[in-house]
Design a protein around this ligand. Structure first.
Ligand code: ATP
Ligand code: ATP
Ligand code: MG
Ligand code: MG
Lengths: 253, 253
């Protein structure tokens, strides 16, 4: 049965989409069947995988129009990775969801029928703790938290953990932390090292040993609609996500 | 009469807070009276200026409890710069605002009495196009758009412009673009140059000539609660924000 994993952090620009895409691609290469579902109105996951989010059924249709998730699934050019895209229609969804019945668990009910077809289902979330991210944290088994090696990124962790606890108490009692992944690590700066030390001290063995370095190839790849493994497989960025995939699988045999 | 300027871009991590803080500080040094109001539940603006957002009246109280904005104003250690802080209380506000009367213009009405006391009032917004950012775009005279020199940052511009047009048509007919500011420019990469060329081609003279380079001092400064001008005045980051302040004032004599 497929495991559902949200990739979440309300701090903006910390590498949520980059991690979802490149971890999914690396797991796909290892023969795993992956579904990536995007519930961020920015819709970056689609363009990062070379898929046009302006056509076909999207996550908006699943949440608001109660269309089946199955009908929204699309293939990508990356072996083993399917996608459900998001686009700007979703930005009105935060308001539309407020008065819907059982609004926090719409995504959970929509994804249940898909679990059996995939090994892992990853949910890319927007940089907020609103109803879209609440839906993701209610639908998932675990949450993977990318943390950028910057000061402001540390500040947001307490808020994120409070919200995760609240979801666990009220909506999803079995919710666990999949792990914490350090991103955009710059070995030349003290700041990166200090953030890493703080994160490891706080999250201990939940912190993935694979650290994602700041690497220009990772920010170039989306402009070609390819994951890093297809764009620049020898780069430090690609190597780091390969290691992360191995470590992820060792935690999920 | 003070001019109200929102700093907005729904893409996360593009330098909204960094720009609000450092532009405000540079204008404060030039003798201008600045109010910075934070409506992002992450509350980064407060810590970047060394102010504790967990005490006192915050922007949540202004929006939801109809407390006067004046009672929320606090001094900072930076000459000429006052602040209204935000904290996690605001993350529930998106939902609380939905059913309030005239929910889009709560901030506008709250800030009117403060206009006369400041030369410029800057609003730091969260990375989303929800009701908090709608309140900012309804309250302001102009919007300053930081654009990170990255591929995903380009993708979000169309959505942002559509939303600005919608606000202009329905809520704030006099809304204008203050300007577009390129951030985290890395002169060693083609990507930065390509993004810059695209942005200049699209926004023309609205693009500020002062480009903010990627500079580690800018990401270190918040950990000491200081703007870059106080932390590392000789750094490239500080020089860039000084130039931006001069250019901003030449557009707002
Ligand atoms: N390790 C890295 N090295 C260099 N650039 C990176 C790295 N990871 C991500 N980036 C770039 O940094 C920017 C932010 O990353 P990304 O968009 O994945 O973050 P996000 O958390 O999904 O953002 P948002 O909060 O807006 O959804 C993107 O332009 C991306 O290409
Ligand atoms: N020019 C720069 N050079 C290096 N680092 C920068 C620069 N500008 C901002 N940063 C750092 O990049 C990160 C993102 O910047 P910032 O938090 O200001 O963006 P934001 O748009 O306000 O993010 P959010 O969308 O989460 O509100 C921060 O850690 C900040 O310190
Ligand atoms: Mg993203
Ligand atoms: Mg910010």
């Amino acid at each position: 049965m497929g495991k559902i994993i949200s990739v979440a952090n309300q701090k903006g620009g910390v590498g949520k989409t980059t991690t979802v895409i490149n971890l999914s691609a690396a797991l796909g290469h290892r023969g795993k069947r992956i579904l990536l579902i995007d519930i961020d109105p920015q819709g970056n996951a689609a363009s990062g995988l070379g898929v046009n989010a302006q056509e076909g059924v999207t996550s908006y249709d699943i949440l608001i129009n109660e269309v089946s998730a199955e009908s929204a699934v699309r293939k990508t050019a990356t072996p083993g990775v399917d996608i459900i895209t998001a686009n700007q229609d979703l930005s009105g969804a935060q308001i539309e969801l407020v008065n819907m019945l059982a609004r926090e668990s719409l995504l959970k009910r929509a994804l249940e029928p898909l679990r059996a077809s995939y090994d892992f289902i990853f949910i890319d979330t927007p940089p907020s703790l609103g109803l879209l991210t609440v839906n993701a944290l209610t639908a998932c088994d675990t949450v993977l938290i990318p943390i950028q090696c910057e000061f402001y990124a540390l500040e947001g962790i307490a808020q994120l953990m409070t919200n995760i606890k609240m979801i666990k108490q009220n909506l999803n009692p079995s919710l666990l932390i999949e792990g914490v992944c350090l991103t955009m690590y710059d070995s030349r700066t003290n700041l990166s090292r200090e953030v890493m030390e703080d994160v490891v001290a706080h999250f201990k063995e939940k912190t993935f040993k694979s650290i994602i370095p700041r690497n220009i190839r990772l920010s170039e790849a989306p402009s070609l609609g390819k994951p890093i493994s297809a764009y620049s497989p020898e780069s430090q960025g690609a190597q780091a996500y390969e290691k992360l995939a191995d470590e992820f699988l060792s935690r999920n045999p």
